[in-house]
Design a protein around this ligand. Structure first.
Ligand SMILES: Nc1ncnc2c1ncn2[C@@H]1O[C@H](COP(=O)(O)OP(=O)(O)OP(=O)(O)O)[C@@H](O)[C@H]1O
Ligand SMILES: Nc1nc2c(ncn2[C@@H]2O[C@H](COP(=O)(O)O)[C@@H](O)[C@H]2O)c(=O)[nH]1
Length: 304
């Protein structure tokens, strides 16, 4: 094979540029229509430097907000010390802090919430949460720590932080968990306090996919958290999903189903039950509940 440099493909570059413009236009339209809030867009830009949000010019971003004409955008940029042409993803640390301060005034109509998604084993919590992750990037997801071994395909730091028993003990002792529990009498799981608090402070709601014991602990320490219970269409379907997933042996499946009976009996403790017959529909219902909760009670002081 030759080592000669591959000549650029102008047609492919042109197509990519058109696609990128389209993606930025979609973000602006979402801001204009109110489908996405300005805080969500800014945080996404800062967390994902290659995203369309990051490539959006600040002037276009601010200009997409209701009530922000060119003169107002110009004044805003001058007051925040942002030069013309600057992209959202290119803002420095100080500029980001100033933008966050401004957003706190401009978007006071939404309050970030802690959302618990619980439900029996294999009901589809992970599948629904993954759908939310892919289609509704404004909602953040907590990555739990666990002492269980990773399954094939699971990535440390993405699906879970896989830790030893000793590390888990240390994290408990140092108060690093917002809640933690031994689940199915097998392994320990815990929600990291600092990353969840950081996301809330940045104005994003955070979804916790945790068990019933964890849900109860969250309700104690965050009385304004929203607790959603994901239920199966039927018991038989739940068993089919657990067996079909094929990640547990017979003995562990039996343990999980025993926990599932207890969890199904606890639905009344939750703010809402969502039946997972169809993944996309269940995910949309979860997001709908989150948006409603963010918009509710904004005048009420946080009880946290
Ligand atoms: N609506 C659905 N219809 C059919 N199958 C589904 C649906 N939702 C999820 N599943 C399937 O059910 C199985 C279990 O899903 P998943 O692993 O997401 O459950 P879970 O609630 O996160 O389980 P656990 O609590 O044990 O971790 C998977 O094989 C998944 O593909
Ligand atoms: N209390 C908590 N429960 C958690 C947390 N992370 C996950 N879980 C729950 O554990 C079971 C089993 O999960 P699996 O990945 O081993 O199948 C499931 O119900 C999860 O929701 C957590 O941080 N705290």
């Amino acid at each position: 094979m030759s080592d000669a440099p591959v000549p650029p493909d102008p047609a492919a570059a042109g197509r990519a540029a058109v696609e990128a413009r389209r993606a930025r236009a979609a973000v602006k339209e979402a801001l204009r229509s109110g489908a996405r809030g300005p805080r969500d867009v800014a945080e996404r830009a800062w967390h994902e430097p290659t995203s369309p949000e990051a490539r959006l010019r600040f002037a276009e971003y601010a200009g997409s907000l209701r009530g922000f004409g060119p003169r107002r955008v110009e004044r805003l940029m001058a007051s925040l010390g942002i030069a013309q042409g600057k992209r959202l993803g290119g803002l420095g640390g100080l500029q980001r802090e100033r933008v966050r301060g401004w957003l706190a005034d401009v978007d006071p109509s939404r309050r970030p919430r802690l959302i618990v998604l619980a439900g029996p084993t294999a009901v589809g919590k992970g599948t629904v949460a993954q759908y939310v992750r892919e289609h509704f990037p404004q909602i953040r997801h907590s990555v739990s720590a666990t002492t269980r071994r990773s399954r094939p395909g699971e990535i440390d730091g993405v699906h879970y932080s896989f830790v030893s028993d000793a590390d888990f003990d240390r994290m408990v002792d140092e108060g690093e968990f917002l809640e933690h529990a031994t689940v199915h009498n097998l392994s320990r799981y815990g929600t990291p306090r600092s990353s969840v608090q950081a996301a809330l402070d940045e104005g994003s709601s955070v979804l916790l996919e945790i068990d019933l014991q964890g849900a109860r602990q969250v309700r104690e320490s965050f009385p304004d958290a929203v607790l959603l219970f994901l239920a199966p269409p039927s018991w038989d379907e739940l068993v089919r999903r657990l067996v079909g997933r094929g990640t547990e042996d017979e003995e562990e499946r039996a343990k999980r189903l025993r926990t599932a009976e207890v969890e199904l009996a606890s639905q009344d403790e939750f703010d809402a039950t969502i039946v997972n017959s169809d993944v996309a529909e269940a995910a949309r219902e979860v997001v709908q509940r989150i948006l409603e909760a963010e918009a509710a009670d904004v005048e009420a002081p946080s009880r946290r």
